[in-house]
Design a protein around this ligand. Structure first.
Ligand code: ATP
Length: 461
């Protein structure tokens, strides 16, 4: 994906710039800082060029200290500027934007073409584990990565992890538009978004949750983001954006390349004998207790395998997904993915479910009293091992037993079940991005019709 631009006149260097934790729940957004940094670099086009789309790397979504979606931002540039000059420009930008006392900002800059394996490995683990700041710093010191942090400097973890994820495999794009003033309420015509979604899906995804009638491209916080449209290609997200123009209070937009919608954080296999809080991943096991609903509408069941047992939860916001979870029976073999909630004095570790695939469903039977072979009336039991007697003609037999009928299961083996779209994480791989193959995709009829009609892109695995 990375394009190289060789400038014959001057010597150029490649820089990978990682940024994280410049925002807080009071406002700002690291993507907005990146947007401004790109504008700054491009002011002097002859000196600096982007060699990739700005990267929006989502890290472990189960980290409790994230502000929203645990995003790390990376710029990969080719420049005539020196490391000192690039570093100064980026540092100034961080100082200007990361002003909240909750922004534990991190900036890391690696100079060179090939990302070292240690950084790639750190990045791989940051998708599903908790990584330490001291490890990040020790790696940067060893390799000679220049870094700068504010306050607790936790952002350095994300900044380094972002650099290490070059999105070499599955990836998507997001067009993020920014607003001029954060004081002006976001007001975008809902019908336009629904139309845009209808026209552009599946080349775009998760713009509108039809089931819950909810628009998903606009955030609700005080940050400068006006909207974000996610899709398969830069062209697709730009075309979708054009369909909702003009927009009030629009400052500008930028397209990011991302691991969003790829499910990258769930490739790790969770070992129940070595449970660590906030780990993301998947595991297989047998349902060992019948699912039940608790106060607030949350559904729980227990899963066991050779390594141990764990309660699994599908919370209220996951919507109809809970009904699928409720349909599980003891003995079902399932694959589940999600994040480990920390153990407290009140409850043990819990796996918060992000997907469910029933791998082998047990057969369920109902038993009914037999029908009288003489008059077809209903028969009643005469007591344990005493046979049955017809209520109508009083025919009695010790050789008749209850009839057994297999009950159809609500769930389908090897089918993927996901929470409602409104509850998806940024990294959740939506149904439309799976190819028909190993996994059958469960989609509603209207959705299916639309997919068939509009299937203009081959989704990636
Ligand atoms: P936004 O989505 O608005 O950019 P955010 O959800 O990305 O915000 P941050 O404010 O950036 O949240 O906070 C996330 C913090 O967690 C950062 O400091 C980041 O470096 C750190 N972090 C990310 N992944 C890990 C990880 N795997 N282990 C430890 N720390 C991590």
């Amino acid at each position: 994906m990375i394009r190289k631009f060789i400038c014959p006149k001057a010597q150029t260097q490649i820089f990978h710039i990682g940024l994280d934790d410049t925002d807080s729940s009071e406002g700002m957004c690291t993507t907005f800082l990146t947007f401004n940094l790109v504008s700054r670099f491009l002011k002097d086009k002859n000196k600096t060029r982007l060699i990739d789309y700005p990267n929006l790397i989502r890290l472990n979504p189960n980290i409790p200290w994230k502000t929203r979606g645990n995003a790390s931002l990376v710029l990969r540039i080719e420049s005539e500027l020196t490391m000192a000059e690039v570093f100064r420009m980026c540092k100034n930008m961080v100082d200007r934007f990361a002003t909240s006392k909750h922004a534990n900002a991190g900036l890391a800059i690696f100079e060179g073409e090939k990302i070292p394996d240690t950084v790639r490995e750190f990045s791989r683990r940051a998708l599903f584990k908790v990584q330490s700041l001291s490890e990040a710093i020790s790696i940067m010191d060893k390799i000679g990565i220049r870094y700068y942090g504010l306050r607790k400097r936790q952002g350095l973890v994300g900044a380094l992890a972002g650099i290490g994820n070059e999105l070499k495999h599955d990836h998507t794009f997001e067009l993020i538009a920014y607003r001029k003033s954060c004081k002006v309420k976001r007001s975008i015509d809902k019908s336009k978004i629904i139309k845009m979604d209808y026209k552009t899906r599946p080349s775009t995804y998760n713009s509108y949750d039809e089931e819950n009638n909810r628009v998903l491209i606009t955030p609700h916080g005080p940050d400068p983001v006006l909207l974000g449209i996610r899709g398969e290609t830069p062209r697709a997200v730009k075309q979708a954006f054009d369909l909702i123009l003009p927009l009030k209070n629009l400052l500008g937009y930028m397209i990011f390349r991302s691991n969003q919608g790829t499910g990258e954080h769930l490739q790790n296999v969770i070992d129940l004998s070595k449970l660590k809080a906030y780990t993301s991943g998947k595991l297989k096991g047998t349902v060992s207790t019948r699912p039940h609903i608790e106060r607030g509408g949350h559904v729980f069941f227990e899963l066991k395998n050779e390594q141990g047992r764990i309660p699994c939860a599908a919370y209220e916001p996951t919507g109809n997904f809970r009904m699928k979870v409720m349909s599980l029976s003891e003995g079902d073999l399932v694959e589940v993915g999600g994040g480990i909630r920390k153990k407290t004095s009140r409850h043990q570790s819990v796996l918060n479910l992000e997907y469910l695939i029933p791998r082998k469903l047990v057969s369920l039977w109902i038993e009914k009293n037999p029908i009288c072979p003489k008059c077809f009336g209903k028969m009643n039991s005469e007591g344990r091992n005493q046979g049955f007697k017809c209520k109508k003609c009083a025919f009695t037999s010790k050789f008749i037993s209850k009839s057994r009928t297999e009950v159809g299961r609500e769930l389908t083996q090897n089918r993927l079940y996901l929470p409602d779209m409104k509850a998806h994480r940024h990294l959740t791989k939506p149904l439309q991005r799976y190819v028909h193959g190993k996994l059958q995709v469960e989609i509603g009829r209207t959705e299916q019709e639309r997919l068939v009609r509009d299937w203009i892109l081959t989704p990636k695995n």
